[in-house]
Design a protein around this ligand. Structure first.
Ligand code: ADP
Ligand code: MG
Ligand code: ZN
Length: 387
């Protein structure tokens, strides 16, 4: 009787994932002991990877819930311990697949992860807002999504995803990405700074090192999609990215107002230098739906920042590269989008039926569903046509 209860408890424990590693705690050597005592009292000791693990509460909640759901269990006594240095080294080796030297898995020839670099000509056009909403939109479709916030001028992505002050857990020198409520994992260059208020001039080799760290030293697991929020313009990050992730595809975010030539120049130059394909343009802050007319059921758009910017950037890039660079979508101005960013609940989640969320979802769907084909390979020359 108690043996089968123990079996059922073990099976239940195998359904509890480590929130950062996203694998069963039973596979990770985190369950130190399980005992059934008397009629239905279960004693479990779970080892955290590091002391003061930020995921402590989540693990406690999930393990309790999993074990309590087992029929015959009347009470759970959960004890949390911490892995020894040796156990941690073992876990690290397990996560590294036994390798000591880490590579950027996304850049490996057989990688199935789609990598999108979100670029813009300048700041403030909504690059980060677009990035986080695309991430959530894709995650909502069941995809495993990671976000790298590589914007050295303002790392707003963690706050927009509701994990503003999160510090990543480290297992030896392996960094765990920060999980969000919505299932997206995130790492920000801001998290690599020793202190929040410390000003770091991310340049050249140091920046390159930080980028490699976010790609190779972070345990991403098997992602379907990796989104990178790039700093605006071109520069050191673009050069590093081209070297380390030549298969990344570029999405350019612009407003209707920006000078098309300039945006295309800045965002497009890096893509062409690095042979990265520009897969499309997102026009953000496209228009403001007129509230009066909307109330009357009519579609009247106020073009606050002018019109046609996205179209012009797309046309300029199409001409320059010789392949079709489409406008992927026009995202309207929406107070809820701004508020969602400020409160850490992106509009895709807070107002999924709003016009802005619907457009963002359709952009996400078309990016995620795009056939990889030649776009995923570095040809070293400009592809002649669109696939
Ligand atoms: N479509 C939109 N409607 C309303 N506010 C927006 C929209 N897009 C962006 N914003 C707001 O504009 C500001 C700048 O956006 P952000 O995504 O941080 O730009 P970037 O990353 O390009 O600097 C933020 O406060 C954001 O909430
Ligand atoms: Mg930003
Ligand atoms: Zn009107």
């Amino acid at each position: 009787m108690s043996t089968s209860l123990l079996d059922r408890v073990n099976a239940a424990l195998a359904t509890a994932n480590d929130p950062e590693i996203k694998r069963p705690i039973t596979d990770l050597g985190m369950v130190e002991s399980v005992e059934v005592d008397g009629p239905g009292v279960v004693r479990v000791t779970v080892l955290l990877t590091v002391s003061g693990c930020p995921m402590k509460d989540t693990i406690t909640r999930d393990v309790n819930a999993a074990v309590r759901a087992v029929s015959g269990v009347t009470d759970v006594e959960l004890t949390l311990g911490v892995m020894s240095a040796e156990q941690r080294a073992g876990l690290k080796e397990l996560l590294n697949n036994g390798k000591t030297q880490r590579d950027i898995t996304f850049a490996q020839p057989g990688s199935l992860t789609k990598v999108f670099a979100i670029a813009s000509g300048k700041g403030g056009v909504g690059k980060s807002s677009v990035t986080v909403n695309l991430a959530l939109a894709m995650a909502g479709q069941g995809l495993k999504v990671g976000v790298v916030d590589a914007d050295i001028y303002g790392h707003s992505v963690p706050a927009m995803l509701g994990v503003a002050d999160a510090k990543p857990t480290q297992v030896e020198d392996l960094i765990m990405p920060v999980p969000t409520e919505s299932g997206v994992s995130v790492i920000s260059i801001g998290m690599l700074k020793p202190r929040r208020d410390q000003v770091v001039a991310w340049r050249g080799p140091m920046l390159d090192r930080a980028l490699v760290q976010m790609l190779a030293d972070v345990y991403w697991g098997d992602l379907d999609v990796l989104l990178l929020d790039l700093p605006p313009g071109t520069g050191d990050v673009a050069i590093s990215l081209g070297q380390h992730l030549p298969n990344a595809e570029v999405v350019v975010v612009t407003t209707p107002q920006e000078a098309a030539a300039e945006v295309a120049e800045r965002a497009g130059t890096m893509a062409s230098m690095m042979h990265q394909r520009v897969v499309g343009v997102v026009e953000n802050m496209s228009y403001l739906p007129c509230p009066h007319c909307a109330a009357a059921g009519e579609d009247h758009r106020l073009e606050v920042f002018g019109s046609g910017g996205g179209e012009r950037v797309a046309a300029t890039l199409t001409q320059r590269f010789g392949y079709d660079v489409p406008v992927l979508g026009r995202v309207p101005l929406d107070v809820a989008l701004r508020e969602g960013g400020d409160s850490g609940t992106p509009i895709i989640e807070s107002h999924p039926t709003s016009a802005a969320a619907v457009v963002l979802q359709s952009i996400a769907d078309s990016l995620a569903g795009r056939n990889r084909g030649l776009a995923g390979m570095q040809l070293g020359l400009t592809p002649a046509g669109r696939l």
